[in-house]
Design a binder for this molecule. Sequence first.
Ligand code: ADP
Length: 262
Amino acid sequence: MENIKHKILVLSGKGGVGKSTIAVNLAAWLSMQGKNVGLLDIDIHGPSVPKLLNLNNKGLHADGDKIKPVSYSDTLEVMSVGFLLQEESSALIWRGPMKHNVIKQFVTDVSWSNLDYLVVDCPPGTGDEPLSIVQLLDNPDGAVVVTTPQQLSVVDVKKCITFCRQLNLPVLGVIENMSGFICPHCNKRTDIFKSNGGEQLTSDFNVPFLGSIPLNADLVNACDSGEPFVLSNNHNLTTQALKNAFEPLTISITQTQINKEA
Ligand code: ADP
């Protein structure tokens, strides 16, 4: 872990809000900036990262007495419990201590390169996995919390922020995903999951708001075909919104490091 400069957790209160999508796009965007990036998927029961990067059929290989992470590109390497499964439909039925042990192995027994950033995709909620990773990572920089705008999701994000505060994990910011849909036919905006719930929450809890990402059918297709949308040549509101949300994050991490070193 001493070879990894910055560690960012991606959390959400609920499943299905786009947390893995944000984690994968954040990692891909950072690697596009010329950074060396690792993406660690600790969603033991529903690992999405191999599918989102079209790495489903990759097996794991030994690297001396360690496990070699799977390369997505020269600057993005990946580890996921999904690489251990025989088939897409296989399930791991594990209790907390087993999950803790595998997460510990992903941290200590993987031959991660010298990384500028390690992005960790956690399962939704405040259970065993996020607790284990916060304890195992040496001083993570903080968490990005993903929500959708409606109250049903926002209520659970409040729990995530409380979790971070209890573990002294800085909240780097909240991203409001699936925020508004622009009809490609009439250009009219519809707030399918309402609007501004995430932004309102950040002012109530005094944490940074990183931005809103619209609903976009092309993003779903990119996810299903295993291509990080942020890398596509498709310049649209959604790719721009993703970049706008990620930029302040790296600026605040760099600033915090400068302050620490001063
Ligand atoms: P989580 O990790 O929170 O469970 P996922 O990242 O797996 O959520 O996303 C759930 C589904 O929502 C996926 O099919 C993904 O393609 C889709 N999705 C995520 N963000 C958006 C968005 N902004 N617009 C449209 N679909 C999205």
